[in-house]
Design a protein around this ligand. Structure first.
Ligand code: ADE
Ligand code: ZN
Length: 345
């Protein structure tokens, strides 16, 4: 197989053939542009363009993006489309079909149901629709999945408590964890009680931290919010003691390299801490974040890492296995996924 030997630089075909796991993928950032266009038309929702090519500059992050806030502003263009009944369910199914096409065998898809709820459409309907779409997509593609319900930093404590209640209502029925997403300029501490209830109810917590904010946001995630995993965590590189702690406590990091460059969480690839984390023995994983908004696949991210840091196909397989170890799965499902990822491709 080309690019398949240990030590050789892998090529795209070899990376696509490698069974991979995406632990950090926002469903709302993964909707096919063609689906946005088609469903907006059917639902009577205006979009700024009426062909896929013309729509792309509006729904993909712009080269002028300078921050996480700029990045998140991109979503506003198409959020009204996602509130149309049926769209999130369709997007969920297509996410797993697209994952299969990219050699991804397991996806944890995250979304904040309140972002798609309307006065006519309760958040519970959004969750039901997404879980149905994921189940259908999984049956058709063979890609396994877990859903992560996001609390959202700009929302009230009460609203995020409702998100956690919803997550708990669907625990064991497709929902496997809870996240806190959104602008990191807003504190996470107000949601400590809600996230504690998630944990008490058996749902592990991952927190977006150390992306736009500094090391203190990662400490808050670990100490106040009970994070089992950290989304991004770039800022850990700026704090030696924290880095040692994250290593010693084996806290998995959900790294998303392209997204980090686009949000300017990290100034350039040269200074991205991914490989420093890996070499220091941290439990790093590679993920997409928002594949449609960022214009990437998981294979793109693996290939970028391989080319930037000289990783072999064996190194990439080790990254995929690290994601298996970090996935929100029970023992039997983790063992099955490990066999799938560890098997020769
Ligand atoms: N929602 C979608 N992408 C996100 C990111 N990178 N950080 C925080 N919230 C998000
Ligand atoms: Zn994210």
């Amino acid at each position: 197989m080309s690019g398949g030997g240990a030590g050789l630089p892998p090529d795209l075909a070899a990376v696509r053939a490698l069974p991979k796991v995406d632990l950090h993928c926002h469903l709302d950032g993964a909707v096919r542009p063609a689906t946005l266009l088609e469903t907006a038309r059917a639902g009577g929702v205006p979009l700024p363009a009426d062909t896929v090519d013309a729509l792309l500059p509006h729904v993909r992050v712009s080269p002028a993006c300078r921050s996480l806030d700029d990045f998140l502003a991109t979503f506003e263009t198409f959020y009204p489309v996602l509130s149309v009944p049926g769209v999130m369910g369709r997007a969920a199914r297509e996410l797993l079909l697209d994952a299969a096409d990219d050699g991804v065998v397991h996806v944890e898809a995250r979304f904040c149901p309140d972002l798609q709820a309307t006065p006519q459409r309760p958040a519970e309907d959004v969750v039901l629709e997404v879980l149905e779409g994921l189940a259908r997509g999984s049956a058709e593609s063979g890609v396994s999945y877990g859903a992560i319900v996001c609390a959202y930093r700009p929302f009230t404590v009460e609203a995020n408590e409702r998100m956690v209640d919803l997550a708990l209502a669907f625990a064991g029925k497709g929902v496997v964890g809870v996240d806190l997403a959104g602008p990191e300029s807003l504190p996470g501490a107000p949601f400590a009680r809600a996230l504690e209830r998630a944990r008490e109810g058996g749902l592990p917590v991952t927190i977006h931290a150390g992306e736009a904010a500094g090391p203190e946001s990662v400490r808050e995630a670990l100490d106040v919010l009970g994070a089992r995993r950290i989304g991004h965590g770039c800022a850990i590189a700026r704090d030696e003691a924290l880095l040692a702690r994250v290593r010693d406590e084996a806290v998995p990091l959900e790294c998303c390299v392209t997204s980090n460059l686009q949000t300017q969480a990290v100034a350039s690839l040269d200074v991205h801490p991914f490989d420093a984390f890996r070499r220091a023995g941290l439990a790093v994983t590679l993920n997409t974040d928002d594949p449609a908004v960022s214009g990437v696949t998981l294979s793109d991210e693996y290939l970028l890492a391989a080319r930037t840091w000289g990783l072999s196909l064996d190194d990439l397989r080790a990254l995929a296995l690290a994601a298996v170890d970090a996935a929100f799965l029970d023992d039997a499902a983790r063992a099955a996924l490990r066999r799938r990822v560890g098997a020769p491709s």
